[in-house]
Design a protein around this ligand. Structure first.
Ligand SMILES: *[C@@H]1O[C@H](CO)[C@@H](O)[C@H](O)[C@H]1NC(C)=O
Ligand SMILES: *[C@@H]1O[C@H](CO)[C@@H](O)[C@H](O)[C@H]1NC(C)=O
Ligand SMILES: *[C@@H]1O[C@H](CO)[C@@H](O)[C@H](O)[C@H]1NC(C)=O
Ligand SMILES: *[C@@H]1O[C@H](CO)[C@@H](O)[C@H](O)[C@H]1NC(C)=O
Ligand SMILES: *[C@@H]1O[C@H](CO)[C@@H](O)[C@H](O)[C@H]1NC(C)=O
Ligand SMILES: *[C@@H]1O[C@H](CO)[C@@H](O)[C@H](O)[C@H]1NC(C)=O
Ligand SMILES: *[C@@H]1O[C@H](CO)[C@@H](O)[C@H](O)[C@H]1NC(C)=O
Ligand SMILES: *[C@@H]1O[C@H](CO)[C@@H](O)[C@H](O)[C@H]1NC(C)=O
Ligand SMILES: *[C@@H]1O[C@H](CO)[C@@H](O)[C@H](O)[C@H]1NC(C)=O
Ligand SMILES: *[C@@H]1O[C@H](CO)[C@@H](O)[C@H](O)[C@H]1NC(C)=O
Ligand SMILES: *[C@@H]1O[C@H](CO)[C@@H](O)[C@H](O)[C@H]1NC(C)=O
Ligand SMILES: *[C@@H]1O[C@H](CO)[C@@H](O)[C@H](O)[C@H]1NC(C)=O
Length: 497
């Protein structure tokens, strides 16, 4: 052992021995933690029988480690975690909470805390997890959040914070999840946010953020998996650098003011599972690089300003289950390969300029639950296409029932003696609303009675189509004519009111 090592051992020894004594007067200890928690308790309006009122009582300082919601560190015996979610707590956060200097985790989700976050919280250097979602906090988000060196998760979703997102957030080099959805943040998203190498989820949906996304950042979000920026006022083009986010699984930019084409770089996002670009002012066609998105199951491009064909490659994508393309300017006819693999569950292409026949191959879409083709310029049903060949009246009846009940004949609730059609016919006797999809029709709808009577007629028709013996079934041409009549009657009723 040489002299230097010996010196180090001595130094360490002296340090260990002197540390508690020489700092005992100034350094916080478990007694400090106890007063911080009691300050928190007294800033909450607690009914006398609330668990915190009865449980957070002092016998000795170390008993705080046994209080509900408190976890102490094994070595240092100080409060390391405060978990008080879903407890109906109404109150504020006192500055004393900043004295919990060993706190690693703060979770008070889903309560009714209000007011500002006190500056003193900035002292909690060990903080890794900060989550206050579903409360009523307000004011600006403090700049000092950018100073937590170990912070991995910051969640302030569903509060009333306002002001801008601090630049300093870019310093949070351990941050994995930044969730600030559904507040009133405004201003532009700081460039620094797009330079957080550890970030996996960026969720800023439902604020009033504006301006362009930066165009010239480079490979700066190498770990990002989820980007949620919907329902804001963002504008400019969808930035091509997204191609470098090779782990991206969800890109959600709906309900903004993005312009320009869908960049072809999107084809590099081979891990992408969901793409939400609805309600923007984009232009151009669905790019052919979509063929590379082999993991995409959800595609929403409603009212996005797109034109051109609905490309056949879309139906060739092995994983795509839900396609929403209404309210664009798609034209010409639908591709014939509409269900090469029977995964497709939703095909919504209403209010475009599509024409030609509805391909008979729709009959191959056995998983299809919702098909919305309204307000296009398709050749009349019944002349050709859908009806004339392999779409039989029985499947047509089942399809109508599925669409209006959002149930499948294979649904768990249909045991052998309660089939979908049996259930629908019972509903016609007992009240049709119980069988209807509650998302389609609600009691408070202006035209509730017209809607109910329309759906009753559709159910009657559907039951006829699925009558047990084929000779009792209406023929498909008459069924379609009747459906058309029901529709016209419904529209007439709406205009009466
Ligand atoms: C905590 O520190 C105070 C002095 O600041 C001291 O009086 C108290 O005994 C200490 N408590 C424990 C549990 O060490
Ligand atoms: C508080 O609750 C914890 C966990 O339920 C329990 O272990 C502890 O004994 C309780 N303390 C008091 C004072 O009621
Ligand atoms: C919020 O907490 C209440 C209990 O206070 C609970 O009933 C409710 O389900 C919780 N909501 C969420 C979204 O967790
Ligand atoms: C804890 O914090 C409060 C308010 O920030 C302060 O007044 C108090 O002196 C601090 N220290 C202790 C040991 O409680
Ligand atoms: C969060 O707020 C949004 C918008 O106000 C609301 O739609 C959503 O239901 C809220 N989330 C929860 C879990 O309450
Ligand atoms: C990103 O952060 C690194 C350091 O973490 C810095 O060197 C670089 O300049 C930053 N880039 C941008 C575009 O802000
Ligand atoms: C994106 O894809 C193109 C063409 O497949 C390729 O040349 C380019 O290197 C890819 N970019 C990245 C960042 O992987
Ligand atoms: C669809 O995929 C098949 C093989 O998987 C391929 O032969 C065909 O060319 C593809 N069609 C389109 C339009 O991409
Ligand atoms: C379709 O194109 C026309 C002419 O360019 C335009 O006026 C209209 O707004 C577009 N419709 C949609 C739904 O994008
Ligand atoms: C649809 O299914 C039939 C057999 O039922 C098959 O012959 C035909 O090739 C399929 N069409 C498409 C476009 O996959
Ligand atoms: C609908 O299609 C018919 C025949 O294919 C055509 O004459 C008519 O102009 C089209 N209408 C619209 C609005 O595109
Ligand atoms: C179905 O409708 C046809 C024609 O309207 C009718 O002849 C037949 O009796 C009906 N079948 C049932 C089961 O109601």
């Amino acid at each position: 052992m040489d002299r230097t090592t010996l010196f180090h051992i001595f130094a360490a020894f002296l340090f260990l021995y002197n540390f508690p004594t020489c700092l005992s007067r100034t350094s916080p200890n478990i007694t400090t933690d106890q007063s911080a928690l009691l300050a928190l308790k007294s800033s909450i309006a607690l009914p006398p029988d609330h668990i915190l009122a009865t449980n957070w009582t002092t016998t000795n300082p170390s008993s705080v480690c046994d209080w509900v919601g408190i976890t102490c560190g094994k070595l240092h015996h100080r409060v390391a975690a405060l978990d008080l979610p879903n407890m109906g707590l109404i109150g504020t956060i006192p500055p004393h909470l900043g004295n919990l200097s060993f706190l690693v985790r703060l979770n008070i989700n889903n309560n009714s805390f209000y007011g500002d976050l006190p500056t003193e919280l900035a002292n909690i250097h060990r903080l890794q997890y900060f989550s206050v979602r579903l409360n009523n906090f307000g004011g600006h988000i403090p700049k000092w959040f950018g100073a937590f060196p170990k912070l991995e998760r910051l969640n302030v979703e569903n509060n009333s914070f306002s002001g801008s997102i601090p630049q300093d957030f870019g310093n949070l080099q351990s941050l994995k999840i930044l969730n600030m959805q559904f507040n009133q943040f405004s201003g532009s998203i700081p460039r620094t946010i797009f330079n957080m190498s550890s970030l996996e989820a960026l969720a800023l949906t439902g604020n009033s953020l504006s301006g362009n996304l930066p165009t010239d950042v480079c490979n700066c979000l190498p770990n990002i998996k989820f980007i949620y920026l919907s329902i804001n006022e963002l504008e400019g083009q969808i930035p091509p650098w997204l191609q470098e986010c090779s782990k991206l699984q969800v890109l959600s930019l709906s309900v903004n003011r993005f312009t320009g084409p869908i960049p072809s770089e999107i084809g590099n996002l081979t891990m992408l599972k969901e793409l939400h670009l609805s309600h923007n002012s984009l232009e151009g066609e669905i790019p052919s690089v979509f063929a590379n998105l082999v993991n995409l199951w959800y595609l929403a491009l409603q009212s996005a300003g797109l034109t051109g064909l609905i490309p056949s490659l879309l139906f060739n994508m092995s994983s795509l289950e839900e396609i929403y393309l209404p309210e664009n300017n798609f034209s010409r006819s639908l591709p014939r390969n509409i269900c090469p693999r029977p995964l497709l569950r939703v095909l919504a292409i209403a209010r475009n300029k599509l024409s030609g026949n509805i391909p008979t191959e729709v009959g191959n879409c056995t998983a299809l639950r919702v098909i919305d083709l309204q307000e296009n310029n398709f050749t009349e049903y019944g002349q050709e296409g859908l009806v004339s060949t392999n779409c039989d009246v029985y499947s047509f009846g089942i399809l109508m029932m599925e669409v209006f009940t959002r149930k499948k004949p294979t649904d768990e609730m249909f045991t052998s003696d309660l089939s979908l059609s049996h259930w629908v016919s019972e509903a016609l006797v007992n009240g049709v609303t119980q069988a209807m999809d509650s998302r389609l029709i609600r009691k408070e709808d202006e035209h509730f009675f017209a809607e109910v009577s329309c759906v009753s007629s559709i159910f009657e028709l559907a039951l006829n189509c699925t009558a047990e013996s084929p000779e009792n079934r209406i023929n498909i041409k008459d069924a379609l004519a009747l459906l058309q009549k029901i529709r016209l009657q419904f529209l007439a009723k709406l205009s009466e009111n």
